[in-house]
Design a protein around this ligand. Structure first.
Ligand code: ZN
Length: 393
């Protein structure tokens, strides 16, 4: 295995550690050497990635993909693009699927490409004034990509914008790309440059943040939280039996923090986290939380359970799918999925949404993905595949 791959493994693990740059299966990285580009396999995690989890891609075959024309219909288009991506692998017999963002990596001539979903920068990319703030904070150094359907559509749009940038910048490719409602791409020749650019971006955003999220867990009433987690589990189990879904034995976890309680105060207070900031949020914590508007005077476990059941029922009916996050007014939130791992990841992504909303206050307030793009991600096979791989079910 080449040393280039060892280098990108080390960089990937560094950006995958903790929760600042990516969460769960989010983000991807690549390194180029001659005609080959190694890119992270779909469904793997940066924090634990190994050399074997990078897929070797033939760069000239990847380039040829731009000459193809694809069907306008989205499922057919994405399926055709995925087939071409698989055909561009150096080793056709491998079982790993290259990251869905592979084409995006191939746009950069720079040797190293690191794509992350940084919490603090997403406080800018998911804010109303995101584009102006990005231009101001990074002195026009970053290429801004307006929010768009992920996959082939995104790569194609980015390619057009990178080419336009090149013609305005003496042929130079941008080193920083900031993607609305998504994240960051940094491209450079050395690991030192990669780190310096990430540090610069983090410091620039921090300098304008007026309020930091208060994410420390709060267990003011852990018995009550436990009761509510059980109420959510029971509501979902009851409904699952009727719907024949995989939630007959749901795994729940209740959580709270000053940040959560701020949003759980009322339906109005919940607004800044009431929809999806990015594709990751849709995939792992659901495109919107289920709101249980149980006023303070409702206290008995039985009455609260009835409120929870009612809200979950309405949510499932409206959305055609069970919630992954249930927010109970003034009390706590409950993550619920069929497995322990998925429940933990749902909790992490909702905590992340709370943090993004807090940062976004400094840049004009929350700006969610458009509804049609949310629907696209909810129905996208590639994301279902990714969720399955990275949460091990
Ligand atoms: Zn991404």
């Amino acid at each position: 295995m080449s040393t280039a791959v060892d280098e990108i493994v080390a960089i990937s693990r560094r950006y995958g550690a903790g929760y600042d740059w990516v969460i769960a299966g989010g983000g991807n990285t690549s390194v180029k050497d001659g005609d080959t580009m190694w890119v992270k396999a779909s469904g793997t995690m940066l924090s634990t990635i190994t050399a074997e989890q990078f897929v070797a891609m033939d760069r000239s075959r990847l380039n040829e993909i731009w000459d193809h024309t694809y069907p306008a219909e989205q499922d057919a288009r994405e399926a055709a693009a995925l087939a071409d991506l698989m055909a561009a692998r150096v080793d056709q017999s491998g079982t790993l699927r290259p990251s869905v963002e592979t084409l995006m990596h191939a746009l950069f001539p720079q040797r190293l490409v690191v794509h992350t979903h940084p919490t603090i920068l997403n406080g800018v990319t998911c804010a109303r004034d995101g584009e102006a703030a990005t231009a101001r904070l990074l002195n026009g150094e970053a290429l801004w990509i307006p929010t768009i359907d992920p996959g082939y559509t995104l790569a194609k749009d980015m390619r057009d914008r990178v080419e336009a940038w090149r013609s305005n910048h003496d042929g130079a490719t941008p080193a920083i790309v900031v993607m609305q409602n998504h994240g960051l791409v940094v491209a450079a020749e050395t690991a030192e440059e990669i780190d310096a650019i990430h540090g610069r971006i983090r410091d620039a955003v921090l300098a304008e943040v007026r309020r930091h999220p208060e994410s420390e867990p709060e267990e003011r009433d852990s018995n009550r939280q436990q009761e509510l987690a059980e109420a959510v589990a029971r509501a979902l189990a009851d409904m699952s039996a009727a719907h024949g879904s995989a939630l007959e034995r749901p795994v729940t976890t209740a959580f709270s923090s000053p940040e959560l309680l701020r949003r759980a105060a009322s339906a109005e207070a919940l607004e800044p986290v009431s929809s999806a900031f990015s594709p990751d949020h849709i995939v792992y914590s659901g495109h919107r939380p289920c709101w249980v508007d149980a006023p303070d005077h409702i206290n008995s476990p039985k009455a609260l359970q009835a409120e929870v059941l009612h809200a979950v029922h309405d949510y499932w009916h409206d959305e055609g799918a069970p919630p992954k996050i249930v927010v109970i007014r003034g009390r706590c939130a409950v993550a619920v999925t069929p497995t322990e791992r998925k429940t933990e990841v749902a909790r992490l992504l909702f905590r992340n949404a709370l943090e993004i909303a807090a940062y976004a206050e400094s840049f004009g307030g929350s700006q969610f993905m458009p509804q049609d793009q949310i629907e696209f991600v909810r129905n996208w096979e590639v994301e279902k595949f990714r969720e399955k791989q990275s949460t091990g079910s």
